[in-house]
Design a protein around this ligand. Structure first.
Ligand code: 4AD
Ligand code: MG
Length: 454
């Protein structure tokens, strides 16, 4: 008997006879002579209603079926006389595949807090909200590849294990096979110190300077000890890199990309998104439409600081030229002042990594951040320093080891080109489109300080 997914059955016009579904029971109602089951198989938000009459031979099997149990049900798809659904499955045979103890199964009908569900990260994708998040996450990943493929970019798999610190911020996890980490790194597996990458950028730049337009999309790791709702120790980042592109081209690409992803989800994932429109943030749909309809603002860092200074807001962290903006500043600019996404660019060089292209003013670099209402910084990028002497001086000035970056520097030696790229935090994007306020809730198994369960 052919297995059908619930999604297909709910959207069909055909009265299928003799089919099979497999899934998990969300609820069971019994009357004297028949039972109703709500079965969800993960293919979509909605459940398929199953009606089983006591006259079917396998009816007894339903006795032990409770919320959470897995079942296999054969039957015919018939028009439902009840309200709320077009179709239901009239069972001809029911089978319990796996029992779920009603005394201990944690996902009973009542609504749970996000905090509680985090403690059962292994089961939360069986709830409506989390199944929707993770289907959206999957669709958004697909949209990332489709966007770049449509505009002729190639996908590069940059390494996870690295010997160099891209961001130069020293927030890296060490990778080692040594029990005794006080031994010299020369004795370690790679013959030198190795780390989990904080960004694929340095490697992907090499490919931009050969394949032209590229991107990488993979996990990145940061050992920053900040327990915020916006930071994870392991997160996914999308990093395009474009040869012959300056900082303005870079901002245009980021704007197109963000809009494409939102539009893709609006067009293809309506049912899952509606859960967030209805239950997480009533204004969310309007916010997303507003982003799609706006031209993102672009403002130099210098101007942004003036706006913040003149705002009359009482910020926890004071602002002046030279400070790194905090989330409160970023959100003020995006939410209160511009009321739309805003690019801030040309940051002071003292607060940015070595690889950013230095501007002629001697004070700033061609960096850009995209700030969004609700999440703050979504994208960070720059035009890259393409002049060998300037790059070498910057590496030295920041106290980094030139020997680790010789291969990166050589791009500037042989056919150097102006090039630019950025990193978009995939979880931050998902937070924005769902209105979910904690990064731990948009990644299947969150890795944060003092938390490595699951
Ligand atoms: O601004 P970041 O640090 O930029 C880079 O890593 C560049 N090398 C990217 C590039 O130019 N190719 O990080 C980029 C984005 C941030 O804007 C943010 O959205 C996200 O990555 N991000 C984090 N997301 C979750 N948890 C963290 N700890 C994050 N750190 C950065
Ligand atoms: Mg940044």
């Amino acid at each position: 008997m052919e297995r059908k997914r619930v999604k297909e059955l709910l959207h069909t016009d055909e009265q299928f006879a003799g089919i099979k579904i497999q899934g998990w029971v969300r609820s069971k109602r019994e009357s004297k002579t028949f039972s109703f089951l709500e079965v969800n198989d993960g293919s979509c938000l909605k459940n398929l209603q199953v009606i089983a009459d006591e006259t079917i031979e396998t009816y007894e099997a339903l006795k032990d079926v409770n919320t959470g149990a897995s079942v296999e049900i054969e039957g015919d798809l018939v028009e439902s006389p009840g309200k709320g659904q077009k179709w239901e499955l009239k069972a001809t045979s029911v089978k319990m595949v796996g029992y779920a103890d009603p005394e201990t199964y944690p996902l009973q009908k009542k609504r749970h807090t996000d905090e509680f569900l985090r403690q059962i990260s292994h089961l939360r994708p069986r709830s409506n909200k989390y199944s929707a998040i993770f289907r959206l996450r999957s669709e958004a990943s697909f949209a990332v590849h489709q966007f770049f493929r449509e505009i002729g970019f190639f996908y590069v798999h940059t390494p996870i294990v690295t010997g160099s610190d891209c961001e130069g911020a020293g927030q890296m996890f060490r990778v080692t096979t040594m029990e005794d980490t006080t031994k010299p790194a020369a004795e370690d597996f790679f013959g030198k110190a190795a780390y989990l990458t904080v960004s694929g950028q340095l490697n992907v730049e090499n490919y931009a300077c050969s394949l032209g337009n590229v991107y990488t999309f993979g996990p990145t790791f940061r050992a920053e000890n900040s327990n915020t709702p916006r930071h994870a120790a392991e997160f996914w980042m999308i990093e395009p890199e474009v040869a012959f592109a300056d900082i303005h081209d870079n901002m245009s690409l980021a704007e197109d990309f963000v809009k494409y992803l939102i539009q893709f989800l609006m067009d293809n994932c309506r049912e899952d998104l509606e859960l967030f429109f209805n239950f997480v943030d009533k204004g969310l749909e309007e916010k997303l439409k507003h982003v799609l309809a706006s031209d993102f603002a672009r403002i130099e860092y210098r101007e942004a600081i003036k706006i913040l200074e003149a705002s009359g807001e009482k910020f926890e962290y004071p602002v002046s030229f030279g400070v790194d903006m905090q989330t409160e500043h970023e959100r003020y600019l995006a939410e209160q002042y511009f009321k739309k996404p805003v690019f801030v660019y040309n940051y002071p060089k003292t607060i940015k990594p070595f690889y950013m292209r230095q501007n002629d003013d001697g004070e700033t670099v061609a960096a850009m951040d995209l700030l969004l209402p609700h999440v703050g910084e979504l994208v960070g990028g720059s035009q890259r320093e393409d002049r060998l002497d300037v790059l070498e001086a910057a590496i030295e000035k920041m106290g980094l080891d030139m020997e680790e970056y010789w291969w990166y520097a050589e791009l500037r030696k042989y056919g150097s080109v102006p090039h630019s790229g950025f990193g978009l935090g995939f979880e931050r994007f998902l937070m924005f489109v769902t209105g979910v306020s904690n990064i731990r809730d948009v990644i299947p198994f969150a890795r944060t300080p003092k938390n490595l369960d699951f």
